[in-house]
Design a protein around this ligand. Structure first.
Ligand code: ME8
Length: 556
């Protein structure tokens, strides 16, 4: 079996309604996970473990639950379900969904905290600082001053708080972390984020509070208690970070640790790139039970989606919520009333999203442009043209191809296909999904150019008079079909449903266990075969009229 691969998303605050940000991170992770399963031989995919979930012990959960007349647990149950449904709608193939109110998590966190207290990595002290209630975090003095003692997002006044509290000896880990990040350039990605963390780390580290007091206020009673000291509960962020560990802390799953990638947004980089690794290093030193706890291989912090050039906000009414993504998937901007489909939304998010560059703008015009260029006029049109010609000229049965005819008319198909695979594989190494998915788009472009250069429809007109024409036509269509097959494999992690539809009409569903490398060999063991049926099938992506607005989307 190949090396286990473990990929996580943030666990989302259950108080929020799922929106483009949550759907984006989780869909990107889904595409990565699907690629990794393919790389390792799909169907045998038990060695990839993809985790997402919800973060449920925030104080504001109690506030909202009380306001709505629910118990906190009941409120969490409802809202966690909304996240599950959102990700199911997005076609996400997560292997598990962790909720921090589940026993498997709540029972393990105290074990780690106890280990850290016993080894002196966590100690009891007193904390005074500026607290941002809405973000549920303390704001360091310098930042508080800069923000004029107001919360960054809500603008509400920061509160001065003094409380007895448990601290984690983060300050001890400054040099170890600097050394690790310097020696492992891939540990924090992309590089701009790595530089950001290094810069801040060089300024020094203070010990950080990892608990909150429990009082008569019900809001303070929500959370996991500090073992042996029930007047304190574990700070929600520390509780949340441990999810990555609790889920795989079973005899069957420990092999997945360390995580290969923690995919997150840039907002929570510091917690994941500094506090979390330091906690893990401390835990590892805390006793033989935790010897297996090493550092994750990579923390990847992506950028921000904005909407039509502006920060998303409810007041501006430009918020891209789940309903709006659903409206896009159902949108049918053509007279045939064929929806663009969920895969088009996934494609737009993962190819145009803020993965390694700066922030990305969700714009209606851009959605239409990308949909038409890559999908309707790209792979959709090309597959339909090729299927149509095989149907028309060879009765829907793929003809045999003369040896050597994979090269000609200025096109060397085995090497063009190999180059596409190499580009995708190199992109995968760097988590660059725009490059990975650019590979099939480029391959399709070559097929279109080839069709224009060889004009198979003209060749078809000469089969009665020219004895070599039938063989030439067969070679052209075989080259096209086989290249489209490989492009469809490379695009399938982003568009599993539409590519699955194509595979059905072309009878080329990849067999279980086939690896991406093998599937992407032109004329290899998984290639199309002479004599197999290839139908035109239904249109995968109907061209969109650029002028059509998106009807009835909530949030508009
Ligand atoms: O921070 N663009 O949860 P959260 C892109 N519970 N991604 C976005 C985004 C946007 N405009 N808005 C949100 C938390 N995200 C903690 C995490 S992990 C141990 C605990 C995504 O519900 C992005 O992935 O606020 C960001 O990191 C995450 O949502 C924050 O989700």
């Amino acid at each position: 079996m190949a090396d286990p691969y473990y990929l996580t998303t943030p666990i989302y605050y259950v108080n929020d309604r799922p929106h483009i940000g949550h759907c984006y991170t989780t869909t990107v992770a889904d595409v990565m996970a699907r690629f990794q399963r393919l790389v390792r031989g799909q169907g045998a995919g038990g060695d990839v473990f993809f985790l997402t979930g919800t973060d449920e012990h925030a104080d504001k959960v109690v506030t909202s639950a009380t306001a709505k007349g629910h118990t906190p647990q009941d409120w969490c149950d409802r809202n966690a379900q909304a996240f599950r449904e959102a990700f199911a709608f997005m076609g996400v193939s997560n292997d598990d969904f962790i909720r921090t109110t589940e026993a498997r998590h709540k029972d393990r966190v105290p074990v780690y905290i106890e280990g850290l207290i016993k080894s002196g990595e966590i100690y009891k002290g007193e904390f005074t600082g500026w607290y941002d209630e809405s973000a549920e975090e303390y704001v360091p003095e310098a930042a508080a001053r800069e923000q004029q003692y107001k919360a960054k997002i809500t603008g509400r006044p920061l509160l001065k708080r003094t409380e007895p509290c448990y601290f984690f000896r983060l300050s001890k880990y400054q040099q170890v972390l600097l050394d690790h990040i310097t020696a492992n350039p891939g540990f924090i990605q992309p590089d701009s984020r790595r530089q950001e963390v290094l810069g801040r780390l060089r300024q020094g580290l203070n010990d950080v509070p990892v608990s909150r007091p429990v009082t008569d206020d019900p809001a303070t009673q929500w959370g996991i208690r500090v073992p042996g000291d029930p007047a304190h509960r574990v700070y929600v962020w520390i509780d949340a970070l441990f999810n990555y560990l609790t889920v795989v802390d079973t005899p069957q799953r420990r092999r997945f640790w360390p995580a290969d990638v923690h995919l997150i947004g840039k907002d929570i980089l510091w917690f994941h790139a500094v506090i979390w690794p330091a906690l893990l290093l401390a835990l590892q030193k805390s006793g033989p039970d935790f010897g297996w706890v090493g550092l994750p291989r990579c923390v990847f912090g992506h950028g921000w989606w904005v909407s039509e050039g502006q920060k998303m906000s409810k007041t501006l009414g430009n918020f891209i919520d789940l309903e709006k993504l659903e409206a896009y998937a159902k949108w049918a901007p053509n007279k045939e009333k064929i929806p663009v489909g969920l895969d088009a939304v996934r494609w737009y998010l993962v190819t145009q999203g803020p993965l390694s560059g700066g922030d990305a703008d969700f714009s209606h015009a851009k959605f239409v442009e990308v949909y038409n260029a890559d999908l309707a006029n790209g792979i959709g049109n090309c597959a339909s043209r090729v299927g149509n010609m095989v149907e028309k000229y060879f009765g829907g049965v793929l003809p045999a191809q003369a040896p050597g005819s994979e090269v000609g008319d200025g096109f060397e198909w085995p090497s063009l296909v190999r180059a596409a695979w190499e580009k995708a594989a190199a992109g995968l190494e760097k988590f660059d999904l725009a490059a990975v998915l650019g590979a099939p788009v480029e391959l399709i472009r070559h097929v279109d150019q080839y069709i224009n250069a060889t004009s198979p429809f003209k060749v078809a007109k000469t089969v009665e008079t020219d004895p070599g024409a039938k063989e030439r036509l067969a070679a052209i269509l075989c080259n096209c079909a086989e290249s489209v097959r490989v492009a469809s494999v490379l695009a399938s992690p982003a568009m599993p449903s539409k590519m699955g539809q194509l595979w059905k009409t072309w009878n080329c569903e990849p067999p279980a266990g086939a690896t991406l490398a093998d599937l992407c060999v032109f004329g290899g063991r998984h290639s199309l075969r002479a004599g197999q049926g290839i139908a035109k099938g239904e249109i995968l992506f109907q061209r969109a009229n650029a002028g059509d607005p998106l009807p009835g989307a909530a949030g508009d």
